[in-house]
Design a protein around this ligand. Structure first.
Ligand SMILES: Nc1nc2c(ncn2[C@@H]2O[C@H](COP(=O)(O)OP(=O)(O)O)[C@@H](O)[C@H]2O)c(=O)[nH]1
Ligand SMILES: [Mg+2]
Length: 416
């Protein structure tokens, strides 16, 4: 798998599990499996860059009383990649610092947490970072070594012990590696073995070497852990999505079945009433055309037509009440006209008025007429706002399931 393919695969997973973006970035680094990475973390001016220089054996990183390390600097020495990160000081930190710290966090296998001895106890930001590193160590197995730096600035060993005790009080179980970059430099340059040893750098170096030896194994475990966690999260997500889809589809079917059954009952009821009414009629007066002299008169024909229209209206009102109860309130937007009084599903399916017996018979008393009404109302039911929203929810869930499946496949490819 090429780098580009792996990045694409990680993106496919991250778009489903955005909270795993950082873990996925770490996974890519683990899969690359290049040299072990050691990084320093801590506040600025606590001697981080100086410490790295002593550990790698030359002036690889800029040392200054000012804020020097602004971005990540990175050196490959003796098969180890050393990263110098900016200080974690929030008051002077910039967005670049934050990104550099995040990159250091992401890339490092071993962290050297540096705290200047003369500062005494740890402050709140240091304790918080140490706690985060501790949590990360518990989860991913990445080690943090605590370095008490610049110990040459203390008066004596008693003071060193006092500060060590105070810090151990703050962070139970912490093991301080006391060092002095200045003593180490003097020891190296003057060839003074005692000074070298007193600098604490050789001891830290040895501790670091034994941690470095464990990095390959730790990486294998971390890789398995991250694949395992992300894979499990995808499985759980998929199960939840399947369940959601199942419930939504069940609701969709159930609602439709209720509607179908209810509508048929209403249509059968009003049809029965209309049929009984029609059967009770005798001579059809409506078929006798009115004449000009009848304009203001009440004729038998007019009475009959009114009678038919009223029966028809009552049927419509009954069907309309049923439709309203199922959320069929208005026509789909594209079917609405400027005449708002005509924008009703009732009128779209049934027409405005009925005047003749044969029309009522055709609509209500023949199976084909009743089926047509049932079919047309069902069409508008499926186009009602609630039903369309439900259908959309189902489509969204199906799309989410496709994305989750794609993410699972991508994760498998990364793991291959
Ligand atoms: N006395 C003493 N000063 C040190 C020691 N290490 C670093 N310094 C000084 O502390 C200042 C900050 O050091 P630097 O390594 O740049 O700290 P960083 O900001 O944490 O990277 C510089 O002036 C260094 O010379 C040490 O072990 N002893
Ligand atoms: Mg520095």
């Amino acid at each position: 798998m090429s780098n580009a393919q792996r990045e694409q695969a990680a993106r496919d997973v991250a778009c489903v599990l955005p909270k795993r973006t950082h873990d996925l970035a770490r996974l890519q680094i683990l899969i690359d499996d290049s040299e072990p990475v050691v990084t320093v973390v801590g506040k600025y001016n606590h001697g981080k860059s100086s410490l790295l220089n002593e550990l790698v054996g030359h002036e690889a990183f800029a040392v200054s009383d000012k804020r020097e390390t602004v971005a990540l600097s990175d050196r490959l020495v003796a098969g180890v990649r050393w990263l110098d990160a900016p200080g974690l000081d929030a008051d002077v930190g910039t967005e670049d610092d934050r990104q550099a710290l995040q990159a250091a966090w992401l890339r490092s296998d071993i962290r050297l947490f540096v705290h200047a001895a003369k500062e005494g106890e740890l402050d709140a930001s240091e304790r918080e970072l140490l706690a985060q590193l501790g949590e990360d160590e518990n989860r991913t197995g990445r080690q943090t070594l605590f370095v008490l730096s610049q110990v040459d600035q203390l008066a004596d060993d008693a003071e060193l012990r006092k500060i060590g005790d105070a810090i151990a009080n703050q962070v139970p179980g912490i093991v301080p590696n006391a060092v002095s970059a200045v003593r180490h430099r003097k020891g190296v340059e003057g060839g003074k073995a005692l000074m070298l040893e007193k600098s604490g750098i050789p001891a830290l170096h040895a501790a670091l070497q034994s941690e470095l030896a464990r990095v390959p194994e730790a990486r294998v475990r971390e890789t398995a852990l991250l694949f395992g966690e992300i894979g499990e999260e995808l499985r759980q997500l998929k199960a939840a999505q399947d369940q959601t889809l199942h419930v939504l589809k069940h609701t969709q079917r159930q609602q439709r079945a209720d509607f179908d059954r209810g509508l048929k009952t209403v249509i059968d009821k009003v049809s029965g009433e209309i049929e009984a009414m029609l059967d009770a009629l005798t001579t059809d007066h409506a078929l006798v055309p009115d004449t000009a002299k009848d304009v203001y008169a009440i004729t038998a024909g007019k009475l009959e037509r009114a009678h038919i229209q009223i029966a028809y209206s009552r049927a419509c009102i009954e069907i309309d009440a049923f439709l309203a109860g199922h959320g069929v309130i208005e026509l789909p937007a594209e079917q609405q006209t400027v005449a708002s009084s005509l924008n009703s599903v009732m009128i779209a399916v049934m027409g405005v008025s009925v005047k003749f017996r044969k029309d009522l018979r055709r609509m209500f008393c023949e199976a084909s007429g009743r089926e047509r009404i049932q079919r047309d109302f069902t069409h508008y039911y499926e186009r009602s706002a609630d039903r369309e929203a439900l259908a959309e929810q189902i489509a969204d869930t199906e799309a989410a399931i496709v994305a989750t499946d794609k993410a699972s496949a991508a994760l498998h490819r990364m793991d291959a």
